[in-house]
Write a protein that binds this ligand. Structure first.
Ligand SMILES: [Zn+2]
Length: 216
């Protein structure tokens, strides 16, 4: 870490660097760990979230919408961490969808969203060198919601994406993770971030309406 760097979350003096996404998302092979993104972090915001990171990695890999790396990560890493720690298990249930019987596993959305928000804040900081002091909403087509239809929201975003100027693409390891920051207004803070894990699991972070003066 360079001297006089400031925390990506709160702007206080940084004490260390943090990897985003966490290293556990990336296979050990150096081939998939090229120039991982790091951001400066203060003592408070560099708390150990490794169990949460593993939990989210397992959930994303288990969805099987991704590539071969997701499958191998699930087979090798996720199964081990599930065996080690029952708190990592996802309750599984069968239900009727309009297309017939199907099944899904339930994830802890607070835990999932917390990890994804952290990644989004860090990507914003990495580009703009300032904290994204907005409350973020995490959405994905791959997650079912009980309170609103994801298709409606993802449809709006897909529409936005086709019209918005792309600011940058990030990530030297696109088979594992890539992201795009899109601008939806005049200010940097009006950004939308698209994160793609293992080429298949796409997650969006965007500012919550009415969070214009939100301070972390
Ligand atoms: Zn901080």
């Amino acid at each position: 870490m360079k001297k006089d760097e400031y925390c990506y979350m709160c702007g206080m003096q940084a004490t260390s660097d943090e990897h985003v996404p966490a290293r556990c998302f990336f296979p050990k092979d150096e081939l998939y760990r090229k120039q991982l993104i790091t951001v400066p972090s203060c003592f408070k915001h560099n708390e150990d979230t490794s169990l949460d990171d593993e939990y989210v990695r397992n959930a994303i890999c288990a969805e099987y919408s991704g590539n071969h790396i997701a499958f191998v990560q699930f087979k090798n890493k996720a199964m081990k961490s599930l065996a080690r720690n029952p708190m990592m298990l996802f309750p599984y249930k069968e239900f009727q969808s309009p297309k017939g019987p199907t099944a899904a596993f339930t994830i802890d959305r607070n835990r999932f969203d917390r990890v994804l928000r952290k990644i989004a804040y860090a990507l914003f900081y990495d580009l703009y060198k300032k904290p994204w002091n907005r409350r973020l909403m995490i959405i994905s087509r791959q997650l079912l919601y009980s309170d609103f239809s994801p298709d409606a929201v993802v449809g709006i975003i897909a529409d936005l994406e086709s019209k918005l100027p792309e600011v940058t693409k990030q990530g030297q390891n696109p088979l594992v993770f890539r992201s795009t920051i899109l601008k939806s207004g005049d200010r940097d803070e009006d950004s939308i971030i698209r994160m793609v894990f293992y080429e298949g699991f796409t997650i969006w972070a965007m500012t919550e309406i009415g969070s214009s003066n939100y301070l972390l």
